[in-house]
Design a protein around this ligand. Structure first.
Ligand code: 5AD
Ligand code: SF4
Length: 435
């Protein structure tokens, strides 16, 4: 009988797509994917290490899961992803419940490793980095739902001083352009009409002489899909050509995630972000003048070492003046091995927490206002599922990535429906279908 595996994913969309690659690799080797953890012989946790909290959570889950092991040591438990890459060896020594740890570049070896773990009851780590691995030939086993992620590049060369990603995901490398286009086309044929291109810094995509704008142009011409998005963009690399391409191609969603991190030039410099606030402001102006309806979201961090009250005020001011549709707000978390972890003037925890709360409150009120401004507009919704709160309602996503709920029949799932927006609660638009 085929051995069954269950995989739980933590962290970013890149990890979600990596779990789909791992699922494909295992399914190709005869393992069977299950959605119920209790039915699995192999439990995999695909982990995130970007903040300490994320790392602690997955370690807690491994220990908890270990309590379910039977006398045959089943289920075996494997750690994948960025925590495995960073401290897999150490965790294998310290956590009895953990059977193996496999880093981000070694997923092809998983089937063989798992077989050995099951048969010989051995424990192992595979964490060697391979700065050429892009898993370009593997067709991901996608989650259910109408949205597909397509990874276009892996790794990062930017070394922002707070960030552990370049250490755990290695150097930046781009996937072959034709392979990406083929994957998008197939995703569309299989019913995934909304495709998100993924990379740590998609704007620095380059394959031979093809840049990100070339890829976007070609991808937007693929007939099998209806919407094209991309994350994440770095403000130092977002070019006018990309902005023009976004504006000129109907299929490219008029929304962008553009991490600001801080509104203070001093802090941006210490973060090694390689832009200042005035550059960022100019990009926002260009984006909005090319696409007045564009939705802009961002990441901001509080409590970076040396952040004074006045630096923090610059960040508040940035949120106030730019009025993002949404901001993902983070409290700085020192990561061992990064430059900033050794900076003097680490900000006290209670100050970090207070600043975080202030930013969350500020952004919530802006988001709320922005959603209310949409009332009366017409939006096209890609219907994803029956609403979790009411079985007579459907939920889906607007072009600018907002969740919208409206009364409708479940036969509409997977189709595009025009709605008139009639209300907004929190982060959800409410509407009525129009002809
Ligand atoms: N502490 C807090 N937030 C971080 N991020 C990255 N590294 C850290 C860290 N050490 C945030 C950044 C990034 C997002 C994905 O996570 O804002 O854009
Ligand atoms: Fe981390 Fe900066 Fe690279 Fe983003 S661009 S992954 S924040 S180092």
């Amino acid at each position: 009988m085929n051995k069954k595996f269950f995989i739980r994913t933590y962290g970013c969309q890149m990890n979600v797509n990596d779990s789909e690659l791992v699922s494909a690799i295992l399914a190709d080797s005869g393992f069977e994917k299950v959605e119920n953890i209790e039915k699995a012989d192999i439990v995999l946790f695909n982990s995130c290490t970007v903040r300490q909290h994320a790392e602690d959570r997955v370690i807690g889950r491994i220990t908890q899961e270990g309590g379910r092991k039977d006398s045959d040591n089943l289920p075996v438990i494997g750690l994948l992803g960025c925590v495995a890459q960073r401290i897999g060896d150490k965790l294998l020594k310290n956590i009895d419940a953990l059977d193996f740890a496999v880093g981000t570049d070694q997923y092809r070896k998983l089937p063989a490793l798992i077989k050995e773990v099951l048969q010989k009851k051995k424990r192992a780590t595979l964490v060697e980095q391979d700065n050429k691995e892009v898993y370009g030939d593997i067709k991901p086993l996608r989650r259910q739902g109408p949205n597909a992620f397509v990874t276009i590049m892996r790794g990062c060369n930017n070394f922002c001083t707070y960030c552990v990603v370049p250490y755990v995901r290695g150097r930046e490398r781009s996937r072959e352009l034709d392979k990406i286009l083929e994957e998008i086309e197939i995703a569309g044929q299989n019913g995934f009409k909304d495709v998100t291109l993924l990379g740590q810094n998609v704007n620095s995509y380059h394959y031979k002489n093809q840049k990100f704008a070339d890829l976007l142009n070609k991808a937007a011409d693929i007939k099998t899909i209806k919407r094209l998005r991309f994350v994440t963009s770095h403000p130092k690399d977002l070019s006018c050509k990309v902005i023009d391409t976004m504006a000129s191609k109907k299929k490219i969603c008029k929304s962008i995630h553009l991490p600001l991190q801080s509104g203070s030039d001093k802090i941006l410099d210490k973060m090694n972000r390689k832009y200042d606030f005035s550059h960022y402001r100019k990009l926002i102006r260009k984006l909005r003048s090319a696409m007045p309806q564009i939705a802009i979201t961002t990441d901001v961090m509080v409590g970076f070492p040396g952040e004074t009250e006045s630096d923090f005020m610059y960040t508040q001011h940035a949120l106030d003046s730019i009025r993002f549709d949404y901001s993902f707000t983070f409290k700085y978390s020192p990561r061992k091995g990064t430059k900033a972890a050794n900076f003097k003037n680490q900000v006290e925890e209670d100050v970090r927490l207070q600043r975080l709360q202030k930013l969350i409150d500020l952004q919530n009120s802006i988001t709320h206002e922005k959603y209310k401004e949409k009332i009366g507009d017409v939006a096209t919704v890609y219907v994803e599922q029956v609403s979790k709160k009411d079985e007579n309602e459907l939920s889906g996503r607007t072009e600018d990535n907002k969740i919208a709920v409206f009364p409708g029949d479940k036969e509409l799932i997977g189709s595009f429906v025009n709605i008139k927006i009639t209300g907004a609660t929190g982060w959800t638009l409410l509407g009525k279908k129009i002809a």
